[in-house]
Design a protein around this ligand. Structure first.
Ligand SMILES: Nc1ncnc2c1ncn2[C@@H]1O[C@H](COP(=O)(O)OP(=O)(O)OP(=O)(O)O)[C@@H](O)[C@H]1O
Ligand SMILES: [Mg+2]
Length: 347
């Protein structure tokens, strides 16, 4: 009864609690929040000063008494306190948005979590959601959520392969009959690519580059494509000279960036190969026919789909709007409780 009353007054929501970005889907309204998973807090009082976009702008630029925190690292909660603050901020935000009825923030929540998380980490997510006001919390494995969000026919007796390349983790899964048949997770994704650029700048040019600068370069000029002709595109690395301590800028070619980014990308491709090797033959034939589906922000790295296709000899396609696949999947199961019961992680 109480459940029904709360259900009437609160929005059911789906959350992709990502290492890089948090997205919130509200039933009947769509994706209302899409912000970086960053929180700035006061060092001494632990008071939250900013969340999301506003906080990300401060990353690496905060004065001594303020710290900008990314509470999730490698796809898991590394700072429980801050994760909870961030979740309650976003849940509160959703309920402040104008609506026909006054809303009490006690939503039913579906959250996507990486498939590799331990039961302790799962419990941490559920506790954070409960403390943030959730009346009921369900967890979905991220690749399952991404597959549902991508519109794959996951309930059919048919092999679907999804690779979700995010910020902290890459998740690989083969799904059939509503269940995960093969799953692999590796902690190499977008953050790792940024770190490779930072490390390269340090060793090759004695240049200290900020993580955000590295990310921008990766998104704008980064590529792993196998092109014959050297592209005109060049990147400027702006940072600090480690010997002199003074500002310094170095021009780097797209070719050089390709060489930096390829080794971690090849680690991902090797793991996809392992997953394919372990996949039952009947499901492989479906994957060859329908191709591998890529989701997550890092799936947009230039040339990635082509390189994978070339190395794996299987069609590869990136879903539309790949950064929203997981949250869309969480949203879809809110509308289909039978499906939710089938695919949720049992706690
Ligand atoms: N056009 C682009 N090219 C390459 N990388 C990109 C592009 N756009 C975003 N990214 C990268 O995608 C990553 C974020 O993706 P996404 O939002 O899917 O991650 P997440 O879901 O927060 O992380 P995780 O799933 O690992 O918890 C970041 O590392 C970002 O730099
Ligand atoms: Mg993700």
């Amino acid at each position: 009864m109480l459940n029904r009353i709360f259900g009437y007054f609160s929005h059911d929501i789906g959350i992709d609690l990502g290492t890089a970005n948090t997205l919130v889907y509200v039933k009947g309204k769509g994706i209302l929040i899409r912000e970086p998973s960053v929180v700035t807090i006061h060092k001494k009082t632990k008071e939250v000063l900013a969340v999301g976009n506003e906080a990300k702008k401060m990353l690496g630029k905060t004065p001594n008494n303020i710290i900008a925190v990314r509470p999730l690292r490698d796809g898991v909660i590394s700072d429980f306190y801050v994760t909870e603050k961030m979740l309650s901020y976003f849940i509160g935000l959703v309920h402040e948005m104008p609506s026909r009825f006054p809303k009490i923030p006690r939503p039913r929540i579906v959250i996507g979590v990486p498939s590799g998380v331990t039961s302790v980490e799962r419990k941490a997510v559920v506790d954070a959601a409960r403390n943030a006001g959730a009346r009921e919390t369900f967890l979905l494995e991220e690749p399952m959520a991404a597959a549902i969000g991508a519109g794959l026919e996951i309930s059919e007796p048919k092999g679907n392969m999804i690779v979700d390349l995010g910020g902290g983790t890459t998740e690989i899964a083969v799904i059939s009959l509503g269940g995960v048949v093969i799953s692999k997770s590796l902690r190499i994704a977008g953050d790792e690519l940024d770190m490779e650029i930072v490390n390269y700048a340090k060793t090759k040019y004695n240049l200290l580059l900020g993580e955000r600068t590295a990310e921008e370069i990766k998104i704008n000029v980064g590529n792993v494509a196998d092109v014959e002709k050297e592209t005109e595109n060049r990147a400027v690395f702006r940072g600090r000279d480690l010997r002199t301590g003074l500002p310094k800028a170095v021009e780097v070619s797209a070719y050089e960036l390709r060489e930096i980014l390829r080794p971690p990308v090849y680690s991902v491709i090797e793991t996809v190969k392992d997953a394919l090797e372990e996949t039952p033959a009947e499901l492989i034939s479906d994957i060859i026919k329908n191709g591998i589906v890529l989701a997550g922000g890092t799936s947009q790295l230039k040339g990635l789909d082509r390189l994978m296709m070339h190395e794996l000899n299987v069609p590869v396609r990136v879903v539309d709007d790949p950064m929203t696949a997981v949250v869309k999947g969480c949203g879809k199961v809110l509308d289909d409780l039978d499906l939710l019961m089938k695919v949720k992680i049992s706690l």
